[in-house]
Ligand binder design. Structure first.
Ligand SMILES: C[S@@+](CC[C@H](N)C(=O)[O-])C[C@H]1O[C@@H](n2cnc3c(N)ncnc32)[C@H](O)[C@@H]1O
Length: 219
């Protein structure tokens, strides 16, 4: 899969440098004023674990009506994503290098987010590494807290054992209701936007598990 995106001429001064889209956690208000951060009012969606920004940049092209905030704990991924978004002229994206649980807990107001996208989280297959996995009760509790009632948690993974863990941990929270549960490799979803890791999973012939959960009004 190619990661090529259109280039703007360096003479195009309306496109900000990549750093303009990158938030520095030390400079952020706690909690964040999301409207002020984007300079406009619009529904906010988060992508957690953006990797190289393959999904986020394409989703942003399709959804100029949203304010999109991407998180990753690797600085190199944050800058790669910002660079893609700048080259695409996307002014409604911000990215931040931070641990996901810490970021949600510290900066994001309860009920302020319309959707959270979490795709192909590292499965850490060795048992002794399971403690490094993102999908833990503390993570789901933060996702459920920041979602507005009726907001969506969208997740994908190509690792069936991890999918079962994720399903159990989300179900165990109790505040989210399963709205869609689908094997994308057997039953593709119209308009699905692949992430970088989804492309690799397709090429390897892996199962593609997808779920969408909706935040209940209570719980
Ligand atoms: C396997 S990659 C998937 C990237 C992308 N979602 C995709 O589907 O192509 C997982 C990403 O999640 C990030 N990540 C893992 N744990 C994280 C955490 N606790 N907080 C923030 N980012 C995290 C990693 O740095 C990595 O970029």
């Amino acid at each position: 899969m190619t990661e090529d995106v259109p280039h703007h001429s360096p003479a195009d001064r309306s496109i900000p440098p990549a750093g303009a889209l990158v938030l520095e956690v030390g400079a952020l208000d706690r909690p964040l004023d999301l409207d002020a951060l984007f300079g406009r009012q619009a529904p906010v969606e988060l992508e957690i674990g953006i990797g190289s920004g393959f999904f986020l940049s394409r989703y942003a092209l399709e959804r100029p009506d949203l304010n999109l905030l991407g998180l990753d704990h690797m600085g190199s991924e944050v800058y790669r994503t910002a660079d893609k978004c700048v080259r695409l002229g996307l002014a409604h994206v911000r990215v931040v290098r931070c641990d996901a649980v810490y970021f949600l807990e510290t900066f994001v107001r309860t009920g302020s987010v319309a959707a959270c996208h979490v795709y192909y989280s590292d499965p850490w297959p060795k048992r002794r590494h399971h403690k490094r996995r993102l999908w833990r009760p503390a993570f789901v509790a933060q996702v459920a807290r920041v979602l507005a009632p009726g907001g969506s948690l969208l997740l994908k993974t190509d690792v069936t054992e991890y999918f079962e863990v994720i399903d159990a941990v989300v179900r165990g929270h109790g505040g989210l209701e399963l709205a869609e549960d689908r094997r994308l490799d057997l039953d593709p979803m119209p308009g699905d936007i692949e992430s970088n890791f989804q492309g690799k999973a397709v090429a390897a012939g892996h199962p593609l598990h997808y779920q969408r959960w909706v935040r209940r009004a209570e719980g």
